[in-house]
Design a protein around this ligand. Structure first.
Ligand SMILES: *Cc1c(COP(=O)(O)O)cnc(C)c1O
Length: 423
C-alpha cells in the first residue's frame, strides 16, 4: 500500500499543525501489540499509547472480537427512549470501579465533550439551588481539559492560548498550579491562593476543576496527594463542587485505578475517557452523585440539557466493556508497577545529561524535562530512525507506553532518548 503523502500535506489538518508549513507525517499501515508498522516496512515500538489511550496495545483479539460481535447485532441506535445492554454493562462497571458516591453516568462522545457536560452539570446544579450567580469555574494554571470552548476556557491561560480567543471564551478564575511534587513534603500553605480565591469569589464559583495528581498536556507534572485532599476540604468548606478530570489519569496509568485514590477522595463530578475503550474508539463518561443529579432534576429545567446523537454508542460501549475486563484479567496493577520500575531504572540516569532539567516517573508515565524546546521535525525523525514512536512537546520528552510493554521495550524507548541526548 502506498500512502498519498502529497494529498495529506495539501488537504488534511493534523493536531496543532500548519497546513501551509506542515510537519512531516509517518504513514502507519497496521499495528499490533505495541508495534506500529510504517508503509516503508519499518516497525516502531510505541511509547505513547496513542495519547494515553491504547493501554492494551493495538489490534487486540479480545477487543476486536467485542467490536465485531457488537457490529453484527447493532452498531448504533439512538439513546433517546432506547437503552441497550452494552451501555448498561459499562455504566455498572464505571459505578463500581470509580470512587464512592459517583453513581449517575452520562455517556459522552469525547473527552472534551465530557468536560463540557461536567461544567454544565455544575452550573445547572447551582441554578437548581437558586444560586444562579454561581457560573464561574476555578481552575489551576498548567491544567489541560480539552479543546472545545468551555473546556479550553479552563485550560492554562498561557499555553492554552487564551490570547487567541480572549473575546470569545468565558473568563474564569485561575490559581497557581500545585507547587509541591508528588514525592516532596507537603506544605500546608500550598492552597493559600486557592483558598483566598474561594473566600473572595465563592458566590460566583460553581466548581473547582482539576486533573488529579498529574497535570498532563499542560506540563506533565506530578503533585502531592495532600494537595488534592486539601482542595476537596476547601470545596466543601466554601460550597463549590469539585470536578476531577481523569481523562488522562483514569484506568491505572498513575498506579491507582483512578488518581483520586492517591488522596482517598471522591469528587462531585468525574470525567473519564481516553483509555476507556482501550484506545479503540472515542468515548467518554461523566459521573456524578445522587445529590447533584437530584438537584439538576428538581431544578427549573427538570432534565439535564445535553444529548449527543451518538450517545451511548453500542460499539464504543462494547469495546469499553472488553477493555475494562482486560485491565482486570491482565492484572493492570502489576503491569504498571513493573513499567514504573523499568522507567525508574532506565530514565532516571538520563538526569546526568546537561540538557536535562528533571526526570520524573509515576506509574506508567516517564518524563524527561529539558532546559530547551526540542526541534520537533528533527527529533521525530531521529526517534523513527531509532525504531521508536515518541512524540515530545515543548521541553518534554515523555513516555506513557502500553501496559503490555516488556522490559526490553522500555529499555529500547529509554535508549532512544539517551541517544538523542548523547549526540
Ligand atoms: C485528552 C484530554 C481531554 C480531552 O479529551 P479529547 O478526547 O481529546 O476531547 C480532557 N482532559 C484531559 C485531562 C485530557 O488529557
Amino acid at each position: 500500500m502506498t500512502i498519498d503523502y502529497q494529498f495529506d500535506q495539501d488537504h488534511i489538518w493534523h493536531p496543532y499543525t500548519s497546513l501551509t508549513q506542515p510537519l512531516p507525517t509517518y504513514g502507519v499501515t497496521h499495528a499490533s501489540k505495541n508495534q506500529l508498522f510504517l508503509d516503508d516496512g519499518k516497525s516502531l515500538t510505541d511509547g505513547m499509547s496513542s495519547w494515553w489511550a491504547a493501554v492494551h496495545g493495538y489490534n487486540h483479539p479480545k477487543l476486536n472480537q467485542a467490536l465485531t460481535q457488537q457490529a453484527e447485532k447493532m452498531s448504533h441506535v439512538m439513546f433517546g427512549g432506547i437503552t441497550h445492554q452494552p451501555a448498561i454493562d459499562l455504566c455498572k462497571k464505571l459505578v463500581e470501579l470509580t470512587p464512592a458516591g459517583l453513581d449517575k453516568v452520562f455517556l459522552a462522545d469525547s473527552g472534551s465533550v465530557g468536560v463540557e457536560v461536567a461544567i454544565k452539570m455544575a452550573i445547572q446544579y447551582w441554578q437548581s439551588q437558586n444560586q444562579t450567580s454561581k457560573t464561574k469555574l476555578l481552575s489551576l494554571r498548567g491544567g489541560y481539559h480539552g479543546d472545545t470552548f468551555a473546556a479550553m476556557s479552563v485550560c492554562d491561560p498561557v499555553n492554552g492560548m487564551h490570547s487567541l480567543f480572549n473575546n470569545v471564551i468565558n473568563q474564569h478564575f485561575f490559581v497557581e498550579s500545585p507547587t509541591v511534587g508528588f514525592e516532596q513534603t507537603y506544605q500546608h500553605n500550598s492552597t493559600h491562593e486557592l483558598e483566598h480565591c474561594l473566600v473572595e469569589n465563592s458566590q460566583h464559583i460553581a466548581a473547582i476543576i482539576l486533573e488529579p495528581i498529574v497535570q498532563g498536556a499542560g506540563g506533565m507534572k506530578f503533585y502531592h496527594p495532600d494537595y488534592l485532599k486539601h482542595v476537596r476540604q476547601l470545596a466543601d468548606k466554601y460550597n463549590v463542587l469539585l470536578i476531577a478530570d481523569e481523562i488522562a489519569t483514569g484506568f491505572g496509568r498513575t498506579g491507582k485505578l483512578f488518581a483520586c485514590e492517591w488522596a482517598d477522595i471522591s469528587p462531585d463530578i468525574l470525567c473519564v475517557g481516553k483509555a476507556l475503550t482501550g484506545g479503540y474508539m472515542t468515548l467518554a463518561a461523566t459521573l456524578t452523585t445522587q445529590k447533584v443529579a437530584d438537584g439538576i432534576c428538581n431544578g427549573q429545567a427538570g432534565v439535564f440539557m445535553h444529548g449527543p446523537t451518538f450517545m451511548g454508542n453500542p460499539l464504543a460501549c462494547a469495546v469499553a466493556n472488553a477493555a475494562i475486563d482486560l485491565l482486570i484479567d491482565n492484572d493492570w496493577q502489576s503491569q504498571v508497577r513493573q513499567i514504573e520500575a523499568w522507567l525508574n531504572q532506565n530514565l532516571k540516569p538520563l538526569a546526568d545529561f546537561d540538557a536535562v532539567k528533571n526526570v520524573r516517573v509515576l506509574g506508567a508515565i516517564g518524563v524527561v524535562e529539558l532546559h530547551q524546546t526540542v526541534p520537533m521535525a528533527e527529533i521525530q525523525a531521529f526517534f523513527v530512525e531509532q525504531g521508536v514512536w515518541i512524540r515530545p512537546f515543548g521541553k518534554l520528552i515523555y513516555l506513557m507506553p502500553p501496559f503490555i510493554s516488556e522490559q526490553s521495550d522500555i529499555i529500547k524507548l529509554a535508549d532512544a532518548i539517551k541517544a538523542w541526548l548523547a549526540q
